[in-house]
Design a binder for this molecule. Sequence first.
Ligand SMILES: *Cc1c(COP(=O)(O)O)cnc(C)c1O
Length: 382
Amino acid sequence: MSDSKYGFATRAIHDGQQPDPLTGAVNVPIYLTSTYQQEAIGKNKGHEYARLTNPTRDALEESLCSLEGGTSAHCFGSGMAAITALCTMMKAGDHVVCSDNVYGGTSRLFDKVLVHYGLTFTYVDTSNAENVRAAIRPETKLVHIETPTNPMMSVTDIRAVAEICHAKGVELSVDNTFLSPYLQRPIELGADIVMHSTTKFLNGHSDGLGGVLVCTKPEQAERFRFVQKCTGGILSPFDSYLLLRGVKTLAVRMKQHDTNGRAVAEFLVEKLGADKVFYPGLATHPQHELAKRQQRGFGSMLSLELGSLEKANAFASRLKLCYLAESLGGVETLICHPATMTHAAVGAEGRAKLGITDGLMRISVGIEEVEDIIADLTQALA
Ligand SMILES: *Cc1c(COP(=O)(O)O)cnc(C)c1O
């Protein structure tokens, strides 16, 4: 699928998105159909029922597969639906090793839902790959990492973890939501599966939820196609279209996100001090060299420590241009308070272990004029 000779920005616009053969329309139509007329019993045009395949979703899956450099892609109704589908490759008794700083919804799914189906989970700081080696047991089936992590921006060496996993016959999945394939391609570094909440940078416009699993092996493709059909948590044709549209500008958006992210991080370091800003692009970040090596940029996700809930509240209430909101990866700058928003479910003790204080704010730097973003932050911090 992904043997395109073109560069990334070209593939983002063209792969999977050829003009419509029927009319020449340069955009993939939104196929609003639940079923397909069959020519004769047992004879169809490749589509039978829209839970199995839909041409708009098929186009999107081809596009995302190309951008991540996989062999197949499978889209779901949200990032959480994609992770749920990922976990159906396991059965009762299997064990998963996971980044301790993982997205709050992921650990909630693991600890509050999937444990009741006989799966067990171990959380380790995967920024030290040796912790992964030590946590793998004979019954471990999957290592699931997020890099950089949410919201502390800790970076994991994908290649090192992949080597450890493969030596032990374990598969590695990487949640690549924070960087998008423009800034990081885990499959090239040895990952077996890449997962995204496409809700974030891939969509880029904060107007639709979605999730994807990009695979590297035929048996995974067969598995997840079957899971789409059996569990039904697929992405709708309309949301598939929004993503196809969003992905066309992924390269230019990510370049600008990266530029603005660096500028905002530098501004915050000057204002608050380097120890209060968490961003892999800073030379003071503990995995800065690794981030430089394995990523094509540092992206636009960063966190800052304001010292107390009171100060975080004051800062949040003064924001004018930037929105106080959950989610990330949109064109607009979004700022959230992890302790009460994304990581509320982790509990006070869990947050303390991860360094998520009541004074921590996370910024998803948008692609507005960076001077305007910085001016808003300046007055909010005053
Ligand atoms: C948002 C997010 C998810 C969950 O995705 P939804 O689309 O909200 O279901 C998973 N992982 C990361 C890193 C996220 O940011």
